[in-house]
Design a protein around this ligand. Structure first.
Ligand SMILES: Nc1ncnc2c1ncn2[C@@H]1O[C@H](COP(=O)(O)OP(=O)(O)OP(=O)(O)O)[C@@H](O)[C@H]1O
Ligand SMILES: [Mg+2]
Length: 299
């Protein structure tokens, strides 16, 4: 298993399902979450997070928080740390300083025998079950059918019986328009279809948070729309918190209610899309957007 495929919660998770299973209007398959008791608690909080590889610092004292249900677009030049932020949230990487909290609970530390210690693998698995991720290159399991790809995590984590997982998988495949492909293997799908299966798989554990990393950049242009329309539906019909890393500025503008512009691991601007794309405060943001427009993108 590649490190990136481990995201889907395929390891055993000891936590009990605690997410509200209510879904988008009319469907039980897509999660819908809220925490009416603690509306002020950020669903995600980075507290002075650092990430280094050896002496190379990617993130230095990065702090920001995300409200439940927010739709964030993370934009910025290549190498600015966007994927690193998602991988830290997915516990595919560990922080080298600071702390990440998910719904008020530390991702990288836990209390054991009255002491705060580094998170154990069991703690990471529990926390990871709250979060789904979709990758640029799909990362489907090639020797499993579409249906098996979507049912695997809930069954292996004992969240659902085989029958329940199958029922949920069909609801999710219906949502992404692929029930007729349930018994196909990934190799026989188009890129757009593979990515829609990957989205269904990421939703199978009913995550509170969905992370999307350049999910259309490996697709032929004519297949991009079918994937974006699935994401737009999820955005409009659930209240999952969604973090979208993208180089497609027009989609970021339509999708996001808040945009973070990163450079060298730092947030340069943070605001609603109308502000960031039309009247950014910083020259660096303006020059980035000029380059994007010069490359042919509409902003
Ligand atoms: N495993 C690693 N070891 C060393 N350096 C790494 C590692 N992973 C990422 N980096 C470095 O961290 C920096 C941030 O990378 P990251 O992938 O987060 O950028 P990004 O904003 O997602 O870029 P892109 O838009 O090209 O996807 C880059 O300089 C990258 O080379
Ligand atoms: Mg990246």
């Amino acid at each position: 298993m590649t490190s990136s495929s481990s995201y889907s919660g395929l390891e055993e998770a000891s936590s009990k399902p605690h997410l509200c299973g209510a879904a988008k209007r009319g469907s039980a398959a897509v999660p819908h979450h809220s925490n009416p008791d603690r509306p002020e608690t950020p669903i995600i909080e980075f507290r002075e997070v650092g990430k280094s590889y050896g002496t190379f610092t990617i993130l230095d004292k990065l702090s920001f928080s995300v409200r439940p249900g927010e739709h964030l677009a993370l934009i910025g030049p290549s190498g600015s740390g966007k994927t690193t932020i998602l991988r830290l949230l997915m516990t595919l990487e560990t922080v080298t300083a600071g702390e990440i909290l998910i719904d008020g609970r530390s991702l990288n530390r836990e209390e054991r025998s009255g002491k705060i210690v580094q998170a154990s693998e069991a703690h990471l698995r529990r926390m990871r079950a709250e979060i789904g991720m979709v990758f640029q290159h799909f990362n489907l399991f090639p020797h499993k059918t579409v249906l098996e790809n979507v049912t695997l995590a809930p069954v292996l984590t004992s969240r659902l019986s085989k029958e329940e997982a199958k029922n949920r998988a069909f609801e999710l495949l219906d949502k992404v328009g692929l029930t007729n492909k349930a018994d196909e293997y990934p190799a026989r799908l188009s890129g757009g279809q593979k990515q829609r299966v990957a989205i269904a798989r990421a939703l199978a554990l009913q995550p509170k948070i969905l992370l999307l990393d350049e999910i259309t950049s490996a697709l032929d242009p004519e297949l991009v729309e079918e994937v974006l329309s699935v994401i737009t539906d999820l955005r409009n019909e659930t209240n999952m918190t969604m973090l979208l890393v993208t180089h497609e500025m027009s989609f970021a503008k339509d999708f996001a209610d808040r945009v973070l512009f990163f450079e060298q691991g730092k947030i340069i601007e943070d605001g609603p899309p109308a502000k960031i794309f039309q009247e950014p405060d910083h020259e660096r943001t303006r020059s980035f957007l000029r380059k994007v427009i010069a490359a042919g993108q509409r902003v």
